[in-house]
Design a protein around this ligand. Structure first.
Ligand code: ATP
Length: 261
């Protein structure tokens, strides 16, 4: 049975997609069978893996998950793109933005992703879900479908501020919809070790969440221009620039995630 990890933070630009792409491909390089699910209408995960989300027409998460009761519905097998840099991918594009409205009128709307993934959970070791930068119905679906939540967290003061709201949402989902949901860990990202503000924020993160018994990964993802360049090449940094500290950091994260299994 696969481990489903939702990669969540309602704050934008904190490296959710970058983490799903690099962690997923690095897990695959370590021999794990991975399915990556893009639940963000921006479609950046598909781009990161070399796909043009606008050319995917009606073969996306939207058709499989949201149109489940309608004629335009696609089977899950029709929307999985196989072996993209060693991982399978359920892509998304802008159509998924309509899910916020469409799902709201559906029965058991919080369970749509969980239902969708159930038949393929035995086929993978890991399923990683890339969430949009908001705590709407798509993110709630990911939290309900997940065994755990991984939270990428930029190491600056403003990035820290929304975190209590996110943790409250996780507790709400735990109490009402998915009692077995746990926190995989907080992942410091976009870290510039030459910046004292980043160093201080990282120390604060370890202190505050250590006291709350919430795991902060030992791995810290450094800020590197390689991460910004790599989507242009359609490959994540672990493939595009495998010998850089950023790629090495994601491989270290794989070890931490596997130890936690
Ligand atoms: N460690 C890093 N160093 C430098 N740039 C990075 C790093 N990680 C991610 N980036 C860049 O930061 C931008 C935002 O990253 P990404 O798209 O992964 O964030 P996100 O949290 O998924 O964003 P959104 O909330 O919009 O979905 C991208 O241009 C990405 O290439």
């Amino acid at each position: 049975m696969s481990r489903v990890i939702a990669v969540v933070n309602q704050k934008g630009g904190v490296a959710k997609t970058t983490t799903v792409a690099n962690l997923g491909v690095a897990l695959a390089q370590a021999g794990q069978r991975c399915l990556l699910v893009d639940s963000d209408p921006q479609g950046s995960l598909a781009i990161s893996l070399g796909q043009d989300p606008d050319s995917l027409a009606s073969h996306t998460l939207y058709e499989a998950m949201v149109l489940a009761d309608e004629g335009a519905h696609k089977d899950l097998k029709d929307v999985i793109l196989h072996d993209q840099q060693g991982v399978d991918l359920i892509p998304a594009n802008l159509e998924l933005a309509a899910a916020e409205i469409d799902l709201n009128s559906q029965y058991a709307r919080e369970y749509a992703l969980s239902r969708l993934l159930a038949p393929v959970r035995d086929a993978y070791d890991f399923i990683l879900v890339d969430c949009p930068p908001q705590l709407g119905i798509l993110t709630i679906n990911a939290l309900v479908a997940a065994d755990s939540v991984l939270v990428p967290l930029a190491t600056n003061y403003l990035a820290l501020r929304g975190l209590q709201l996110l943790l409250r949402t996780v507790r709400l989902v735990q109490s009402r919809l998915n009692a077995s949901l746990r926190i995989e860990g907080l992942l410091p990202t976009l870290y510039d070790r030459r910046t004292s503000h980043h160093q201080e924020t990282l120390q604060e993160v370890r202190r505050i969440f250590g006291e709350q018994h919430i795991r902060v990964f030992e791995t810290v993802i450094p800020r590197s221009v390689r991460f910004e360049e790599s989507p242009i090449t359609g490959t994540p940094a672990v493939v595009y620039a495998p010998n850089t500290p950023g790629a090495q950091a994601y491989r270290e994260l794989v070890q931490e995630v596997l130890i936690n299994a």
